[in-house]
Ligand binder design. Sequence first.
Ligand code: FAD
Length: 261
Amino acid sequence: MREIEPQVIKIAETNLCFEGVQRMAEFYGAQDWLKRSRELQPNDTEFLIELAGRSCYRSFGVGLNPNVTRIRDNPKDYLTNVLEKGDGSILEHATVTFAFLNVSRIFTHELVRHRTGTAISQESLRYLRPRDIDIWLPQDLKTVSGEFEATIEEIKARYRGLESKFDWDQMNFEQKKRITSALRRILPNGLATNIIWSANHRTIRWVIEMRTDPSAEIEIRTVFGKVAEICMKDYPILYSDFTPKQLPDGTFQYVPKFSKV
Ligand SMILES: Cc1cc2nc3c(=O)[nH]c(=O)nc-3n(C[C@H](O)[C@H](O)[C@H](O)COP(=O)(O)OP(=O)(O)OC[C@H]3O[C@@H](n4cnc5c(N)ncnc54)[C@H](O)[C@@H]3O)c2cc1C
């Protein structure tokens, strides 16, 4: 058994095609707004969300739509008002991709329950035959870590025993896949795996709120605590209403002022 820790790595995010944004601003007669607001808002994600929102009412400046007599010039005021009103659909324009590494099948099973606004690629345990049992030892089991480790070693020995009954060198890939998939039935739920998860910001806000709640499972709470930290740092206005609250087990709950926008 190898004891591991879940990791969260941000691997991609939405970027602007600035030449296209300039052409769009010309179309709307919003060049002044573009110049002003780009200086105030260098963050591509937050800029795109604001741009999409303003396109709905042409609220790039007074006079572009006769019904608009005043606008919120400052990106922070604009996006805070969006969150306050719950106009969350524009947050769906920008996404982030995370690699969740060394997470358990328990974690991935809970993660995939979040359906809307997500894309998922999970490591295949039909194709991948584990060499070892990598596993995270939750704090709640630290006092019985010896017994825990012995149990995992026993499973590993049994797995290796069954595995050795097959002549892997004589099998084609399809046969290997079938046996690998059959054998995984005896592996523990806690077995470490990897999953790539993309989600838009409306979804990320919601999943942080749900999965850092004190009633959520500790592994997913730990992982989404890390997601919350990354998002609060990289998209400071979009996540400005989240407050971390330390829980008795040392993990954090991230509570938004504006729930489920
Ligand atoms: C602490 C905790 C304990 C849980 N315990 C259990 C359990 O014991 N058993 C269990 O089965 N699950 C459990 N879950 C999972 C939970 O029931 C949800 O399936 C999961 O959290 C996904 O959230 P969501 O329903 O908001 O869906 P998401 O996919 O995250 O969707 C976001 C929102 O979009 C809307 N939406 C999405 N799909 C639809 C749809 N088809 N129709 C209409 N509106 C939609 C809803 O407003 C939804 O809230 C638990 C979750 C938590 C956080």
